[in-house]
Design a protein around this ligand. Structure first.
Ligand SMILES: Nc1nc2c(ncn2[C@@H]2O[C@H](COP(=O)(O)OP(=O)(O)OP(=O)(O)O)[C@@H](O)[C@H]2O)c(=O)[nH]1
Length: 505
């Protein structure tokens, strides 16, 4: 029983830290052990070879009904505890339907438990309204617009509002406590202080949320959905903010916000004429270059003010952007005019979309990106992309300007046609958290975990992580791992080496 209570303790800690996936694995292990023990008792001491070894996980009620007569009070209590724990973990992963199965199993074991009965009806209520814990169609899609001063953000906002006659959009800008619906507030800019940035209490220094934004979103929800007039979308303009991360993380971290809104995507507007200078601006040691960060976080980039530059400059700007972020889609614009489909409803933070995007971006990265590590005579120059062999006579590469191009922020893609070992993957993730957390801006991936029939899909802003098991791998599908990391000072070789240590040999 000591091992069993250890499992409960460790899974509870995982729940606390929002490591839902780890927690589920621990509880699964403990439940499988219980099934083994109970099946042996029923079959007179022998394990049957035909049993479904995961029946307790797949069909908990069927299994429990069969073994119920054998269970003493202590066993019932322990099993119920495991099922309740798994319910909470599954909720964290957004798997509400599975969570209902588990809480029903717990209720079979403890039919008079009022807290469990309430939990069950709460989850069923959430299922009915379509509000899942992680993704759901009832949530209001929210778009973050970033970009350097004067790049064309307000021009874009006005364009969106004009273009969307049929849609009811709310705009939140600057002072997040103030909320403008439709066309109000567009021209009342005021400065933003960093006082409202709150550190999360999970001990990770890079995970912060904005208290004023949460308050603003709550107020907005009350004024709209709360009065039976739901919105079609929310747009947040982050003028004056160096770092879009605390805004983005609010959508992962705050319970109210994540239950009612979903982050649709981060748009970065770029002034084509000035961006190269902005990117290359030397900052005092330790200070961030806002322009570089805004590009690193982007899902979509508007290369604006194309009327002020020629094609050659645009090409250069595009290649500079690609060195920082080679997964965001780029569109050239004038006066921020762009198809709405390119910027709204993009679901960049939906795990389903990650699954689709990741293949494309990692394959591109695998085809082009080689980094310049070990490239004698050069400073580190990650993310620099070519598919050719590399020598001093390399014509495509402007070797004289390597130093200028070193933004310290780059994308690293990893693709392996192998499975990862779960325990080693956990160590890899904790190594990432401990050593790279603040430097890792965006990451996403699809993993084949040894022993797991489903794809494991994740994305993260810094270490604010969202991931869950997705559809099963197809019978003819190659089980493989694909990931993209965008961040500062990423050592491509080190990341590859550390990840390779997690692979099943
Ligand atoms: N030539 C040219 N001017 C543009 C374009 N897009 C926007 N502008 C102008 O650039 C100026 C700045 O545009 P805004 O939309 O206010 O930029 P912003 O990013 O909101 O600026 P801040 O709020 O100060 O950060 C305005 O005068 C716009 O009319 C463009 O494509 N070409």
């Amino acid at each position: 029983m000591a091992a069993a209570s250890d499992a409960v303790k460790t899974a509870r800690a995982a729940l606390q830290d929002q490591r839902y996936f780890d927690g589920v694995q621990i509880v699964n292990g403990a439940l499988e052990v219980q099934q083994g023990v109970l099946t042996k008792i029923q079959s007179g001491g022998y394990a049957t070879s035909t049993e479904d070894k995961q029946e307790i996980l797949r069909n908990p009620e069927v299994f429990l009904k069969r073994v119920l007569p054998e269970l003493d009070e202590a066993k019932r209590k322990h099993l119920a505890e495991l099922f309740v724990l798994r319910t909470d973990l599954l909720m964290g992963l957004g798997a509400l339907k599975r969570a209902v199965l588990d809480i029903s199993a717990a209720l079979l074991l403890a039919p008079d438990d009022e807290a469990m009965a309430k939990k069950k009806s709460d989850i069923e209520g959430l299922l009915k309204t379509g509000m899942s814990a992680s993704e759901g169609s009832a949530k209001t899609p929210t778009t973050i617009i970033t970009g350097f001063l004067g790049a064309g953000k307000t021009t874009l906002l006005n364009y969106i509002l004009d273009a969307n006659h049929g849609k009811k959009l709310a705009i939140i800008e600057n002072e997040f406590g103030e909320v403008g619906i439709d066309d109000s507030l567009l021209n009342t800019k005021s400065s933003v202080t960093e006082e409202n940035v709150i550190e999360m209490n999970n001990g990770c220094i890079c995970c912060t949320v904005r208290g004023d934004l949460i308050a603003g979103l709550k107020k907005l929800h009350k004024q709209t959905t709360g009065k039976g007039k739901p919105l079609d979308g929310i747009i947040i303009e982050t003028t004056g903010l160096a770092d879009p991360a605390p805004v983005a993380q609010t959508f992962f971290a705050d319970e109210f916000v994540s239950a009612n809104m979903m982050l649709d995507g981060i748009l970065t507007v770029v002034d084509s004429k000035h961006i190269v200078g902005q990117l290359q601006e030397e900052k005092p040691q330790g200070a961030v270059n806002e322009a570089v960060e805004q590009i690193a976080f982007a899902d979509r980039i508007l290369l604006n003010k194309t009327d002020l530059v020629d094609e050659l400059v645009l090409e250069k700007v595009e290649s500079e952007i690609r060195r920082i972020n080679n997964t965001a889609a780029i569109r050239k614009t004038q006066n921020s005019r762009v198809d709405m489909e390119f910027i709204l409803g993009i679901q960049a933070f939906s795990l389903e979309k990650v699954l689709m995007q990741i293949s494309q971006s990692v394959e591109e990265e695998a085809a082009h990106g080689h980094g310049h590590h070990g490239h004698e005579g050069h400073e580190s120059h990650e993310g620099h992309s070519h598919s050719h062999g590399h020598g001093e006579d390399c014509k495509e590469c402007d070797h004289s300007s390597h130093k200028r191009h070193d933004y310290r922020v780059s994308s690293v893609g990893i693709q392996r046609d192998k499975e990862v070992q779960k325990d080693k993957l956990d160590s890899f993730i904790s190594w990432l958290v401990q050593t790279k957390g603040p430097d890792l801006y965006r990451s996403k991936g699809v993993l084949a975990v040894h022993g797991m029939p489903q794809k494991f899909v994740f994305h993260a802003v810094h270490m604010q992580f969202s991931g869950r098991q997705h559809e099963a791998w197809g019978p003819d599908e190659k089980r493989q791992c694909k990931m993209v990391f965008i961040g500062k000072n990423l050592d491509r070789e080190d990341l590859n080496k550390k990840f390779d240590e997690c692979l099943v040999k």
